[in-house]
Design a protein around this ligand. Structure first.
Ligand code: DC
Length: 223
């Protein structure tokens, strides 16, 4: 049987990972959070004393990166140079750095290669910024998920507070999101963009349940 491919793209805080995890569970397929991979590259750069905007140093660094995505009880773990960095990639510095390293063509090419390898082996739902436009152009379903900047900041703020990892004020978090929105959308190499054949879903004002129901209905009607 052919592998299923579902692409969810959109700006930071739109709820992509919450939705993708839920859909993966419902359909019994793999969830790949591609943002975690760019975060791991940023973490490695920061730990190695490399500026996350230094394109030649990044290109050199990424050539030899040992980045593995593994699953434990269905939960994605990010293994960098043999160490589990799943938690370490969620700090504010890594978050901003991930958007900076994602501008780099050599970094993107390497990440896309790894992402396609995973999609070749099993049915997958991937979330990111360029999945529908570049990584999986023939995906069975493509969704571009968005919401207002206020709603996205509010959701991310509550999520971090709940996890006990909130380190910024609401305004700081909003500024970080605006920085990433601009950076991710304006880069030359596969910027954040809705694929022509993606379904646009604006969940401003939606509860998690309303978003989940809407997305599942769309996906089920198209598979
Ligand atoms: O989804 P996230 O917030 O964890 O992603 C972190 C950064 O990685 C994001 O600001 C841009 C980049 N990214 C990307 O360029 N392409 C992807 N497919 C996923 C993430």
């Amino acid at each position: 049987m052919k592998n299923i491919q579902i692409a969810i793209d959109g700006p930071s805080g739109a709820g992509k990972s919450t939705m993708a995890k839920m859909i993966a569970k419902e359909l019994g397929i793999l969830y790949l959070d591609t943002g975690a991979m760019y975060r791991a590259v940023a973490l490695k750069a920061i730990r190695s004393g490399i500026d996350t905007k230094d394109s030649s140093a990044l290109a050199e660094m990424v050539k030899g990166i040992d980045l593995q995505i593994v699953y434990e009880d269905g939960i994605q773990k990010v293994i960098l140079d043999g160490t589990d960095v799943t938690e370490d990639i969620r700090t504010p510095a890594v978050t901003v750095g991930s958007s900076d390293v994602a501008v780099n063509s050599a970094v993107r090419e390497k990440m896309v290669e790894l992402q396609r390898e995973i999609a070749e082996k099993s049915s997958v739902i991937m979330d990111g910024r360029d999945i529908g436009t570049h990584v999986l152009p023939n995906a069975d379903v493509k969704i571009f998920l968005t919401a207002s900047i206020e709603d996205r900041t509010k959701r991310r703020y509550e999520e971090l507070k709940e996890k006990g990892t909130l380190k910024q004020t609401f305004e700081e978090l909003k500024k970080e999101m605006e920085y990433r929105d601009k950076n991710d959308s304006s880069r030359t190499h596969s910027p954040l963009k809705k694929a022509d054949d993606a379904i646009l879903l604006d969940t401003t004002g939606f509860s998690v349940e309303e978003s989940a129901k809407t997305i599942l209905d769309i996906i089920k009607s198209r598979l």
